[in-house]
Design a protein. Structure first.
Length: 160
């Protein structure tokens, strides 16, 4: 048996002379062995390439995961830095506001004391005025009594 390379088909001796006389022919067993050998080499090559690629992918995957971990660590560290900075700023602002609050409350307390003193003074003045009015009434009453005595002691003469 033969193999017609031009027609890519197996042929017998008779067909090789009748139908494939000017075609390039090889021994079928020889062609089969050669094809099998090439196919085995191709398969082995593909297996080798696939395994190499698989190892490369595993290595690259490991490298990639390590890089991702490093990026996450960097992001986390940067985030913590900014959190601490923000927390520090917030604490400083809170302390500033609390300090200002203390000043304002001290001022308000001082003003409250001043106004209480004014109220106490006004109440004392009001009391003094009341006492003066009472004292004036007593003096007025005393003077009025004296005047009554004076009026009563005034002797009016009869008109003739």
């Amino acid at each position: 048996m033969f193999y017609c390379i031009d027609c890519d088909t197996p042929v017998c001796r008779i067909c090789s002379v009748e139908n494939h006389s000017r075609h390039f022919m090889t021994d079928l067993t020889e062609s089969t062995k050669k094809l099998r050998s090439e196919l085995v080499k191709d398969i082995e090559s593909k297996v080798t390439t696939s395994r190499d690629n698989e190892r490369k992918i595993e290595k690259e995957t490991k490298t990639y995961r390590e890089e991702v971990k490093a990026v996450i660590k960097t992001i986390t560290e940067e985030g913590n830095y900014w959190k601490e900075l923000i927390d520090e700023k917030i604490d400083n602002f809170v302390k500033l506001v609390q300090k200002e609050e203390q000043k304002v409350l001290q001022n308000m307390s001082a003003l409250t004391k001043d106004y209480r003193a004014v109220v106490e003074n006004c109440q004392q003045w009001h009391k003094n005025i009341k006492e003066m009015e009472t004292l004036a009434d007593v003096l007025l009453l005393h003077k009025l009594k004296q005047l009554k005595i004076d009026v009563d002691n005034t002797d009016l003469k009869q008109v003739p």
